[in-house]
Write a protein that binds this ligand. Structure first.
Ligand code: F3S
Length: 283
C-alpha cells in the first residue's frame, strides 16, 4: 500500500511567521505576551503556548489594566478599529498579519477611496473578512456563495472592486464572479485567493481522486481545513477529518492501495509526521 503526503500540507507562510513570532517573543523572555485571538486554529499549538504563559485576548478592553506587555496580531489580521484600540493601550503591538491579507486591506482602502464600492467574497463572520471590510471607506458587501450572488441586489450604475477571502474555494469564487458579471454588475476583480490555499486545494483534489482512503488533518474550527475535507470527501468516500492521531480510527479496506494525507494551514509538521508514520507502520 502506498502512502502519499501532499507537498502543500500544513502551515502556510503566513501562519509559520505568526507562530514563530510568538515563540520568538517567548525566547526573549518578554513579560505578559498576548495574542489577539488564538494565533492559529490549532488547539495543540495554542495549548502549548498557553502552558508557556501566552494569554489569548478577544477584546482590547481586556488589556485595560495591563501596564507592560506585548500583543501579537495573528495572520488573518484585525479590523482597523481594533488595531487603533490596541495601539491606544500603550503596549507593544507586533503585527503578524500575513502580507497577503495586508495587500487586500490596501486594495480595499485605495479603491474605495477612489469611489468604488467593494464586494468581499467570503464568510461575513470570519475575522479575516471582518478585517478586510473595515478598510472600506464606502459601500461594502460580503457575498459568501454563488447563490447569494444571484440574490445580490446592488446599484448597477456603480463600479465594484471584488476581492476574496484568502482561503476561499477557487471554483466557488469563479462561479460567484461569473454570476455577478452575468447579472450586469460592473466589476473589477482582484483574485486575492492565496496561492498556498490554491495549491493545497488542487493537490488535495488530485490525491483524493486516486486515493482509496484520504486523511485530512486540521483544526475543528479551521475553515480552510473544513474546505479541504469537503474537496476530498467529494472525490473519496472514505475521507477522515482528524485533529490529531488520537482521533484517527481507521477502518482500512483490504483492497486499499493508496492512502492520501493532507493538512490544513494550521497543522504543525510533527502531527502530519505522526499520522504518516502510524499509517505506514500499521497498515
Ligand atoms: Fe497568508 Fe496565505 Fe497563509 S494569505 S496566512 S500565506 S493562507
Amino acid at each position: 500500500m502506498e502512502v502519499v503526503v501532499a507537498d502543500h500540507a500544513g502551515f502556510c507562510f503566513g501562519v509559520t511567521k505568526a507562530v514563530e513570532t510568538v515563540y520568538n517573543q517567548l525566547e526573549k523572555k518578554k513579560l505578559n505576551i498576548y495574542t489577539f485571538g488564538p494565533i492559529i486554529h490549532n488547539e495543540i499549538v495554542v495549548g502549548d503556548l498557553e502552558k508557556k504563559g501566552v494569554k489569548v485576548v478577544e477584546d482590547p478592553l481586556e488589556l485595560g489594566d495591563v501596564e507592560e506587555g506585548t500583543v501579537i496580531i495573528r495572520s488573518h489580521g484585525v479590523t482597523k478599529e481594533i488595531q487603533e484600540q490596541l495601539s491606544g493601550t500603550g503596549l507593544e503591538i507586533i503585527d503578524a498579519t500575513c502580507p497577503f491579507v495586508k495587500r487586500i486591506h490596501r486594495i480595499v482602502e485605495e479603491e474605495s477611496a477612489k469611489g468604488s464600492s467593494v464586494i468581499v467574497i467570503g464568510s461575513a463572520d470570519h475575522p479575516e473578512v471582518q478585517g478586510i471590510v473595515s478598510y472600506a471607506g464606502g459601500p461594502v458587501y460580503v457575498i459568501d456563495s454563488p447563490e447569494k450572488a444571484e440574490e445580490f441586489d446592488g446599484d448597477k450604475e456603480t463600479g465594484y472592486t471584488v476581492v476574496c477571502q484568502t482561503t476561499f474555494n477557487t471554483n466557488k469564487f469563479q462561479e460567484t464572479i461569473e454570476i455577478l458579471s452575468k447579472n450586469g454588475y460592473n466589476i473589477n476583480v482582484v483574485n486575492t485567493i492565496c496561492n498556498a490555499t490554491d495549491e493545497r486545494q488542487s493537490e488535495a483534489e488530485e490525491i483524493s481522486s486516486k486515493a482509496d482512503v484520504m486523511i485530512v488533518i486540521g483544526g475543528a474550527h479551521s475553515s480552510n481545513s473544513r474546505k479541504l475535507y469537503d474537496i476530498c470527501k467529494r472525490r473519496c468516500g472514505k475521507t477522515y477529518f482528524i485533529q490529531t492521531l488520537e482521533d484517527l480510527h481507521l477502518d482500512m479496506p483490504d483492497s486499499a492501495k493508496l492512502v492520501g494525507i493532507t493538512a490544513g494551514a494550521s497543522t504543525p509538521k510533527n502531527i502530519i509526521e505522526e499520522v504518516q508514520k502510524y499509517v505506514r507502520t500499521n497498515f
